[in-house]
Design a protein. Sequence first.
Length: 425
Amino acid sequence: MIDRGHGYFQKEKETMSRRRREAYLKERLSEILRYGYRHSKAIRSRFDAMGIKPQKIKDLKDLENLPIIKKTDLVAAQKQVLPFGGFEVVPKQGMRRIYISPGPVFEPGEWPYRDTRWAQALYACGIRKGDIVLNTFNYHLTPLALMLDDSLRILGATVIPVGPGNISMQINLMRQLKVTGYLGTPSFLMSMIEAAEGMHLDPKGDLHLKAAFVGAEMFPESLRQKLEAKLDIPIRQAYGTVDVGCLGYECPEKKGMHIPEDVMVEIVDTETGKQLETGATGEIVATNFNKVFPMVRFATGDLSYLIEEPCPCGRTSIRLGRILGRTDQVTKVWGIFIHPWQVDDVMAKFPEVANYQIVVTRREYRDQMTMYVELKEAIADQTVLKRKIEREIEEVLKVRAQMEFVQRGGIPDRAKKIDDRRIWE
C-alpha cells in the first residue's frame, strides 16, 4: 500500500530549522542577484537606475530597496528587445523551447538546471513513483503542462498528456489505463465527475484515482468538499505562475500552502511595494533563482497573506494563505488571464461597436464569460456580427464567451472593462 499522506520529496530541505533556512535563502539570493547583474542587461539596468549594487542586498528585507517587476514591464521590455526583454542570460539560440504566456510574454523553456519545486508540490499532493497520471492542463503555447510533465518524470510517474476537452474519451482512458492521478483545474475535474455519472458510472468505484492536484483557478472550500465526497480522495492545490514557477503547495494538512525552499516570497503593499507584517493581506511578489530567466521581485497580481504557525506535517516553511483575488482588472477565466487591453484589441476590429464590457460569473463551479456590446447604430443582421465577435474572442483570448447586444446606454459610464462578479467563500 502506497503512503500518500506522509513523507517528503526532500526531507532535509523541507524540514530545515528557521535559522538554517534563512542562511540558505540569503546564500541563494546573493548568488542570483550577482549572476543576474553580471549576465542580464535588464536586471543590471534596474540596479543601476536605483544606484544599488547586488552586494548591498543581503536578505529578504533588503529586497524592498529594489523596484518591483510587473507583467506590464515584461510586455513593454519585450516590445523593445525580442524575445525576452533583456531579462534572459542565455541567447535564444540555446533554447529548446520558447513559450508564450498570457500578456503576451515570451518565456524560455528547457532550462539547463532542474527546478524541483513543482515536483515537490506533486509529491506533497500524493503523486508517487509508478502512478499513471492524467495531465489535463493545456499542452500548447503556455509552459505549465510541460513543467508539470517534467516534474512527473522526476517523480517516476507515467504521464498521459491529454490536455483539456473530450471528456468522454478521457473518462474511458482513465478506466482502461487505471489512471491513479489527476492534474488540472478543479472545475474540469468536477465536469469529468458529472460526465462519468451521466455515463452511469460511480466515480468512487469505477475510477481508480488516488490523488488529485488542482490549480490555475480559485478553489473554494465548498468545491473541495464536493470533489472529495464524490471521489473519496483528498484534493490538494498548488499556486504559482509561469513567470516564476511554483510558489506554494498544500500538504496533507491543507492549512495553507508551503512556500518551496528555492524561491523567496514577499507580501507587499500594492501601492508602496513595502513588505507587510505576517497575516496582513497584500500582493504576492516573488524572486526566483532561475539562472536562465531570473525574476527579481516579480509582482504576480494576486492577493494573499503569510502564515507562520508550525504545520503538523513537519515542514518548516512559511505558508501562503488562500488566494483572495486580484489587484487589478486582470481576471482569470477557466485558468486563462484576460487583460483589459486584450479586450480592447479584439473590439477595435469591429467599427460598428460603440461600447463593450465583459462580465464574468460562476454557475455550478464553472466560469461563465459574457460580452455585452452596444452598437453605434442599428444593423440589419446582428447574428452575423455576434458570431464574428464570439469567434474573435475565442481566437485571441482563448476563452469562449457568450455575446449579447444591449441598448445604447446599457453599459454604465466608467464601467470596468472586465467586471468579475464571481463570489468566493
